[in-house]
Design a protein around this ligand. Structure first.
Ligand code: NCD
Length: 309
């Protein structure tokens, strides 16, 4: 594996292989000293041009768990404010010794450009509304840990699919692993063209609840215009928000997922967010483990090369 730019880069066997590697790294994370020396001497640069809490910290945690050094870059407060380009920023980090690039950017395709400019293995940590492959791996791994398999699992992805890179990556990962996926949203929050999406579509969450194993909730992405296409956020919460009553109509084994950050009171009520069947924190833990697996695979290709190889 040279880069991880899209979940399309991974077939089912690759996804399974990364998840079983993640299982081993989960055990490492639970040790008193949660670290292995696998990437000693390697430097991982986390380049974040959009806000992030869990994804950036998760990559940094994963890199340190492999004994890599971390160079953290956040656009806010950097020379990007002085007009420095993505290309110059990436080349600067490389010149300082970064070997692996982790990139989040508002524009689709930005991580691919960084890979081309720097020649370094690059991971897409979210590019616009396009892809978020490590989130999809985290979610797949969290579901594998819960259910043992995804074959035949029925998943509804509910909310602002239109603006969601998480939904785009998750749909591909979940269906490739054998799950069936229904997108549930008011029409303005669905992508205008769903040709080629291997999904069913509904705007009636209440019709589906009894048949679901997983409800995957998405945040309404106000920064990408998600709220402006809705008549009212209160109306959205009433029709599509998951509350205890709706959770109660789901099968006893069914679980709730959310990539974070959650808008408590909009897509999820606080009692459901804190419910034992809500996997949000399992997803966070799974996220560190799969990112260790991804960095380990990318770093393995660098071992033996000169630091700037
Ligand atoms: C998401 C993102 O930034 O794509 N969060 C995440 O990475 N866990 C989803 C969101 O912002 O709603």
């Amino acid at each position: 594996m040279r880069n991880l730019l899209s979940i399309r880069d991974l077939d089912r066997v690759r996804i399974e292989e990364l998840c079983s590697l993640a299982d081993e790294f989960l055990a490492v994370m639970r040790r008193p000293i949660p670290q292995v020396p696998a990437l000693r001497g390697i430097t991982v640069a986390t380049m974040f041009f959009e806000p992030s809490t869990r994804t950036r910290l998760s990559f940094e945690r994963a890199a340190r768990g492999l004994s890599a050094d971390v160079m953290g870059f956040q656009a806010a407060g950097s020379s990007v404010a002085k007009g420095e380009s993505l290309k110059d920023t990436a080349l600067t980090l490389r010149a300082m010794g970064a070997n692996i690039m982790v990139v989040r950017h508002g524009s689709a395709g930005a991580p691919k450009r960084v890979a081309e400019w720097t020649g370094c293995p690059t991971v897409n940590a979210g590019d616009g509304a396009n892809q978020h492959p490590t989130q999809a791996l985290a979610d797949t791994f969290a579901l594998l840990r819960r259910f043992g398999r995804l074959d035949g699992i029925r998943i509804a992805i509910v909310g602002d699919v239109r603006h969601s890179r998480v939904a785009r990556s998750d749909v591909e990962a979940f269906t490739r692993m054998g799950a069936s996926v229904t997108l549930v949203a008011p029409p303005p929050l669905l992508p205008p063209d769903l040709t080629g999406w291997p999904v069913a579509v509904s705007d009636q969450l209440d019709d589906l609840l009894e048949e679901l194993d997983v409800v995957y909730l998405l945040r309404v992405q106000t920064e990408r215009g998600g709220a402006t296409v809705l008549p009212s956020v209160e109306e959205y919460a009433r029709r599509f928000g998951l509350d205890a009553h709706r959770l109660g109509r789901m099968p006893d084994h069914a679980v709730v997922m959310h990539p974070g950050p959650m808008n408590r009171g909009v897509e999820i009520t606080p009692d459901v967010a804190d419910h034992p069947r809500c996997l949000v924190l399992d997803q966070v833990e799974a996220g560190v483990a799969v990112r260790m697996a991804v960095l380990f695979r990318l770093g393995a290709g660098l071992k033996g090369e000169a630091p700037h190889g």
